[in-house]
Design a protein around this ligand. Structure first.
Ligand code: MF3
Ligand code: CO
Ligand code: CO
Length: 279
């Protein structure tokens, strides 16, 4: 686990605040008839204007993979994560829509070319939200609320002396207490900062393996519960990216980047207008 220096943490805190504000602005664009591509273009413009670079555009899980083509991951209804923001994907009344966004900041050359741009040495932050497009049924609203609260439950466990296992234990117990939801196990949170994904993995369920990962100042992680109304198993679409539950049930995703500073944990990607439980 990378332990970041206070000067590095300071840049992550600053970049995360910019990214949280950008995500909030994007949520204001959400409405029936809007295409994911329009939102993606704004996302890219806002990131570049802030002095950053989209972290997902050009991203590859393995060198043999096709590069991820958009700035945001745009996932509608049963799409869980890693949806591509295309012109053909139009939002409709009653949809639920997840925006996941990552930024490298600051970058010396304000370009949006992505991973290939080379020399800059910014720091990465990562955050996601699921929103309703107009009116949605009560049980779908509850899916969104449970997923958001699962993130907050995980954040409360993110403190010095606790372990990564404590985060998963608390999230799993909370989600199970709320009903028969599918907790996706194959996808997890992660360390973040020098790149989008670093060690350790941060599961949304209890795994004893993570008892040895002790949270302390300098640790930066992304916590990201992914919850479905049905299956906990996933499949990847033929586009090579979009991931859905195997039964195509509706699914929600929230994510924040959290830095453990000398003064305690800071949720660096909080949105300016975000309401969250303070405990
Ligand atoms: N944002 C995702 C995460 O939270 C990673 C997206 S990589 C992409 O870990 F290539 F799919 F965009
Ligand atoms: Co992430
Ligand atoms: Co993300």
């Amino acid at each position: 686990m990378y332990i970041k220096k206070p000067q590095e943490i300071a840049l992550i805190v600053e970049g995360g605040a910019l990214l949280g504000a950008i995500l909030e602005q994007l949520t204001h664009m959400v409405g029936p008839g809007v295409s994911c591509f329009e939102i993606d273009q704004s996302a890219e413009r806002l990131i570049v204007a802030a002095g950053g670079r989209p972290a997902f555009k050009g991203y590859k899980t393995r060198p043999s993979d096709p590069p991820f083509p958009s700035t945001i991951c745009a996932s509608i209804n049963h799409e869980l994560v890693h949806g591509i923001a295309t012109k053909e994907k139009i939002l409709h009344e009653g949809d639920i829509f997840s925006i996941d966004i990552g930024m490298e900041w600051p970058v010396s050359v304000p370009t949006a070319i992505g991973a290939s741009a080379g020399a800059s040495r910014g720091y990465f932050t990562d955050t996601a939200i699921t929103v309703a497009v107009g009116g949605i049924p009560k049980e779908v609203q509850k899916l969104i609320e449970v997923t958001q609260e699962a993130l907050e439950v995980g954040i409360r466990e993110t403190r010095p002396g606790n372990t990564i296992a404590d985060i998963g234990r608390a999230i799993e117990a909370y989600v199970r207490s709320q009903g028969a939801y599918g907790i996706i196990e194959e996808l997890v949170g992660h360390g973040v900062g020098h790149s989008v994904h670093e060690e350790p993995r941060v599961p949304n369920y209890y795994d004893a393996e993570f008892e040895s990962w002790v949270i302390r100042p300098g640790v930066v992680i992304a916590i990201e519960p992914m919850i479905s109304l049905g299956s906990r198993f996933i499949e990847t679409a033929s586009d090579g990216w979009t991931i859905s539950p195997q039964d195509k049930s509706l699914s929600a995703h929230f994510e924040h980047t959290i830095a453990i500073t000398e003064g305690g944990p800071v949720v660096v990607t909080r949105r300016p207008g975000e309401k969250h439980a303070m405990t």
